[in-house]
Every structure is written in C-alpha cells, then in structure tokens.
Design a binder for this molecule. Structure first.
Ligand code: NAD
Length: 329
C-alpha cells in the first residue's frame, strides 16, 4: 500500500522508515499540512495521514474522495481539525491517535506547575542580569500543600492526577464521566466546588461546545485569589483576555499554557518577537506567565506511537477493517 503522509516532521522520519521496513508498505512524506490545494496529490496513493492544527475545511474531503481515498489517519489526539459532517458525507473513515503518550502531556503539565510554584522565570530573568539573590523570586509552596482541580479526568487528566497524588497533592476531579479506577487518587466533585477549593486548575478536556471559553470572566470570578492556571489541552478553552486581565490584576499566582486560540498565527514558526500577536507579546513579558510552543506531547515515546499507530490505522481503515481509534459519527 502507498501512503501519503502530510505535515511530516524530521523527527518522525526514522520511525516511518522502521515502520516501512517492518510492514512492507510505502510511505511518502510531505512537509505541508493537508489543504484543499494539495489534497489532489493523494491521487497516486491508497491512504493518507496528517498531523496539523490547521483545520481541514469541507472541500478537502471532496477532493480526497474524488481521488479514491477512503480515510484520513490523524497522528494526533485533537480531531477538532476535521469537519466531521463534511468528511462523513464523502464516506471518509477518520482516525486519531487517542493516546500516544498521556504521560508525556501529564509530565509537562507537572513541569510547568513546578516552574510556576518555584517562580523560575523570575529567577532566570534576574540571573540574566547578574541578580543571584533569593529576593529576586520568592518563597515557594511545596506540592503536597496544593489542592489541584483537574478538569477532564480522561487519559491525560488521569495520568496527571496520579502523579499529583503520588507527590502528596490533593486532587479534585471534574468530569461528566466517572471512572471508578480513579477513585484511589481523585475526589470527584462539581466544577463550582473545585473552583472554590483549588489552588491550581488544570484543563484536560477536549474542545467542544461546553469547554469552548470555559475559563471566562465568570469562571475566574469563582476561583480563589492566588490560583494557578494550566492549559495544555486546547487554546480555545481559556478566554485569553480574561486570563490576561486576572494575571495583570494579580488575582492569579501564575499560568502556563502550551496552546492558545491564535496559535496557528505563530506556533511552529520562526518570527521576530515584534511580529507575534499583541496579546502574546504582552503576556510573555509577565514573570508569572509561561508559554510553550505546543510541545507537551513532544517525547520520543509519543512520536514513535503517533507514527506507528496512525500508519497502522491508515492501512486498516483502507482495507475496511476496524480500529479502536476510528472516530465514529
Ligand atoms: P480524553 O478524551 O481521554 O479525556 C478528556 C476527558 O474530558 C474525558 O474524560 C471527558 O469526559 C472529559 N470532558 C469532556 N467534556 C468535559 C467538560 N465539559 N468538563 C469536564 N470534563 C469534560 O482526552 P485526552 O487524551 O486526555 O486529551 C485531553 C486534551 O489534551 C485534549 O484537548 C487534547 O487535544 C489535548 N492534548 C494536548 C496535547 C499537547 O501537546 N498540548 C497533546 C495531546 C492532547
């Protein structure tokens, strides 16, 4: 089988080569995301795969279907990039890699929580000017003293909750789906109760109608002064203007985001700092705001799994088979 792999990054190539050697299938990589302009390139292939944060609008599915493609295998979790009704209208079967390494994102969330707690950005900036005093930052709290609200206790949220629990923090879980196996380390509660009690709030939900702008002004009105906010899930979950207002007003202890609503304007690109969106330029000036370039997933385990699982799914779905990773209508 011949598979066209869109938006392939250099780190994926060794795993692609190993997969080809193991399975005997052929993969051709493109460095551009799948768009309406390049969808017709799939004509000479049996299957396609992509990983991208740029949405695939309705005409993409039409072009793929017209060229005999039966599926799209996403090499990532977030499938909000698909126009599902449009894809299903053209009988395309879709898959994502729902769990290539939940621990990768959980560990990064923990990393940023520690960075905020320790005021590392303040210290780094002070040291860059030769200021090596304790006073450059401030006394930290230790993690066992925290109550952390995990909003969305799915694959990543559960992994994060387990780590927090092992470190002695109290974990409050908010999720419409109850998972009995999490009882040992999560106290399930309502969103309002979690906001009233938490010292840190971390989002691990998908982006959907309920979670879009979940953290808005009214949400922040309910949190304790000095709360930490972590968003490694999807940018649109947090109203960035509301977050910025609360950070500059000193109502939050700090925030770390790996994702922003406008990330397609600057993430995964090199640009002058002055070309960054205005809000990003302002936010990154703050000592207690941590921005990272959508890298929470970025570990060797995750890259291997996202390549191998998506390519396996591309073959399976094209051959009419079944995979747990299929996105069902
Ligand atoms: P998951 O489907 O396993 O878990 C999501 C959980 O959120 C589910 O348990 C679901 O019931 C819950 N949920 C849905 N709506 C909710 C609501 N309104 N309130 C509370 N909980 C709600 O997903 P996952 O694999 O854990 O991924 C979580 C998020 O992480 C996704 O948004 C994904 O796109 C993102 N992600 C980010 C990166 C990164 O590199 N930053 C990498 C992978 C995934």
């Amino acid at each position: 089988m011949k598979i066209l792999m869109y938006n392939a990054v250099p780190e994926e190539r060794p795993f692609v080569a190993k997969w080809m050697a193991k399975t005997g299938h052929e993969v051709v990589t493109l460095s551009e995301p799948l768009t309406v302009d390049n969808a017709a390139q799939a004509a000479e292939f049996d299957a396609v795969s992509t990983q991208q944060t740029i949405a695939m609008p309705a005409p993409v599915y039409q072009v793929l279907a017209d060229n005999g493609i039966k599926q799209i295998a996403l090499r990532q979790v977030g499938y909000d990039v698909f126009d599902l009704p449009a894809a299903f209208k053209h009988h395309l079967r879709l898959s994502n890699v729902a769990a290539y390494s939940p621990r990768a994102i959980a560990e990064y969330t923990l990393t940023q929580l520690f960075n905020i707690l320790r005021q590392n950005k303040k210290y780094e900036r002070a040291m860059a000017t030769g200021d090596y005093t304790w006073a450059a930052g401030g006394q930290a709290r230790e993690i066992y003293q925290l109550t952390v609200a995990v909003i969305g206790v799915g694959r990543i949220g559960s992994a994060f909750a387990q780590m927090l629990h092992a470190l002695g923090a109290q974990v409050l879980g908010v999720d419409p789906v109850y998972r009995a196996q999490n009882e040992a380390f999560v106290e399930y509660t309502t969103l309002d109760d979690a906001l009233a009690r938490a010292n840190a709030i971390s989002f691990h939900t998908p982006l959907n109608d309920e979670t879009r702008n979940l953290a808005d002004q009214a949400f922040f009105d309910k949190v304790q002064p000095g709360t930490i906010v972590l968003n490694m899930a999807r940018g649109e979950i947090v109203d960035m203007a509301a977050l910025e207002a609360r950070l500059t007003a000193g109502q939050l202890y700090g925030a770390a985001v790996d994702v922003t609503p406008n990330e397609n304007e600057f993430m995964n690109q090199k640009q002058a700092v002055t070309d960054l969106p205005d809000n990003i330029q302002r936010l990154t000036q703050l000592d207690n705001f941590y921005l990272s370039p959508h890298i929470a997933f970025y570990t060797n385990t995750a890259i291997k799994n996202m390549v191998e699982m998506a390519l396996n799914d591309a073959v399976t779905l094209t051959q009419g088979g079944y995979t747990d990773n299929e996105i069902l209508r």
